[in-house]
Design a protein around this ligand. Structure first.
Ligand code: SAM
Ligand code: SF4
Length: 472
């Protein structure tokens, strides 16, 4: 067993999850319809909701009002994000782990798991395979182990960026790994990471302790809760929160996540870039207590309420969910999805079509190819975007840019999404997908106001098709 490095909390670490207060909100009186409509109107005016207002939405059970919450989430998503959907793929780097999270197949007590860490050359092979499919954005995923320290993560990020297979390049690398200390975040920031994601898993203290038993690194609630505050203190202002739904009451977890988002916003002046809301999936060596499982109807409420509570925060829906549900949930305010995902270590070159339980963290619900997902998205009227322009031109806080500058989305994001989509259609798409995509681009262009921006976009689309101009 490796020695655990000592846990250094940020000087100002505080436990801002006041459990009694959150439970008190949930035990409160159900608000009446007019109050719910006021709250919805506030959110549609693109103002973030307070914790108390979010609790009112969570307490809403009346089917008619729940439908109004869904409709508002759809409308807000349309108003704020338009029909763009950002696409990415996960790349699992290593599954060694010193922790024993009860729900995860990578836990140290799962002796059936095949443990492996990709060597630098193997990482390059995975990246080539992903570039060959057309991916531009990755999230690198790591177990928690002293060998996956900040230097290792930073080196891996540099390795990924350096792969230019001749058939594309990765333009943005996000991270999902254990919390680091301030020095560690500085190192990974220097390597050019995008978002650093840490899922709290559950905000409920006792459940947290039960799910992370023993003297494990992850067992320290406050160290994990403080993880993203340390990131901010190290200068990483692009962070992602998450809850693993199914461990405790979803209502409490929604409030916990919103409380965390509001806390970061108040303390560091920037909210999280993204929220993730994975639901528990079957995993090797794992038995679940089903008491808190979140059904599909409840899951829709989770997503719609989060959309309304934090209008300017991206929502990530992963391939844990099955294709049918993903399709439906897309309209509730999701702004990013993964596609063509494989989560076995080495899965992009070695897994074939089947999922290999001994080598993955949990079973995926959607293992369709990127091309299939793209085609369905476009047939449903979404514009899949691979744009990483803000981030790459050094404008950090990409997310902030989009919303803080009036007209920014219309002037930059929409045309850039179309251009990166055109790149995809020319370079990677199947014939069928290209046909659907060309139709969508033509419809989007027809909707653009006449003027300089439209003619420039048309020219750039032409350049991509005829002169092989790339790299928006
Ligand atoms: N090991 C690091 C950690 O725990 O922070 C990095 C992330 S872990 C590889 C990725 C995430 O997968 C976890 O944070 C957890 O939320 C999720 N996860 C673990 N087991 C899962 C399961 N059975 N079903 C769905 N998601 C799961
Ligand atoms: Fe390890 Fe992360 Fe899985 Fe926990 S969730 S066992 S820390 S890989």
């Amino acid at each position: 067993m490796c020695a655990l490095p000592s846990l250094k909390l940020s000087d100002r670490a505080v436990d801002f999850i006041d459990e009694d207060y959150l439970h008190g909100l949930l035990a409160g009186k159900k608000p009446d319809a007019s109050r719910i409509r006021e709250i919805i109107a506030k959110s549609l005016a693109k103002q973030a909701l307070s914790l108390e207002e979010t609790a009112s939405l969570v307490l809403t059970e009346d089917p008619e009002l729940v439908q109004e919450i869904f409709a508002a989430a759809r409308q807000l998503k349309e108003n704020v994000y338009g029909n763009r959907i950002v696409l990415f793929a996960p790349l699992y780097i290593g599954n060694d782990c010193i922790n024993d999270c009860t729900y995860c197949a990578f836990k140290r007590s799962n002796f059936q798991a095949v443990r492996r860490t990709l060597a630098p050359e193997e990482i390059r092979q995975q990246v080539v395979a992903l570039e060959d499919k057309g991916h531009k954005r990755l999230i690198l995923v790591f177990g928690e182990h002293p060998k996956y320290d900040a230097d290792f993560i930073a080196e891996t990020v540099r390795n990924v960026y350096s792969v230019h297979s001749g058939h594309g390049e990765i333009r943005r690398v996000n991270i999902n790994a254990a919390p680091l200390d301030i020095e560690g975040y500085k190192k990974v920031k220097e390597a050019g990471i995008g978002t650093y994601q840490i899922f709290m898993e559950t905000y409920h203290h006792d459940t947290y302790s039960m799910m992370h038993p023993g003297d494990t690194r992850k067992g320290n609630y406050l160290y994990r809760l403080d993880g993203l505050s340390r990131a901010f203190e190290a200068g990483c202002d692009d962070v992602g929160l998450g809850v693993l739904f199914g461990l405790y009451d979803w209502r409490f977890e929604v409030l916990g996540m919103v409380r965390h988002a509001l806390y970061l916003q108040e303390r560091y002046n920037v909210g999280p870039h993204t929220l993730s809301f994975p639901r528990l999936r079957p995993a090797q060596g794992v038995e679940f207590d089903e008491r808190y499982f979140v059904n599909d109807e409840e899951f829709k409420r989770v997503i719609a309420i989060l959309r309304l509570a934090v209008p300017y925060t991206g929502l990530i829906l992963t391939a844990r969910e099955n294709p049918e549900l993903r399709r439906e949930l897309m309209s509730f305010g999701v702004s990013q999805i993964d596609a063509g995902s494989r989560i076995e270590i080495g899965g992009y070159t070695e897994a074939g079509d089947a999922q290999v339980m001994e080598r993955e963290q949990f079973c995926l619900g959607d293992i369709r190819s990127l091309d299939d997902v793209m085609r369905e998205l476009m047939a449903d009227g979404y514009v899949p975007s691979f744009c990483t322009s803000c981030y790459r031109s050094g404008r950090t806080g990409e997310h902030f840019m989009e919303f803080s500058i009036p007209g920014f989305i219309k002037r930059y994001c929409t045309p850039n999404a179309l251009l990166t989509l055109q790149e995809y259609l020319v370079d990677y798409a199947s014939k069928e997908t290209r046909a659907v995509g060309e139709k969508l681009i033509a419809a989007e262009i027809a909707n653009m106001e006449e003027g300089e921006m439209k003619s420039r976009t048309l020219q750039q689309l032409q350049d991509i098709k005829e002169r092989e101009v790339r790299d928006i």
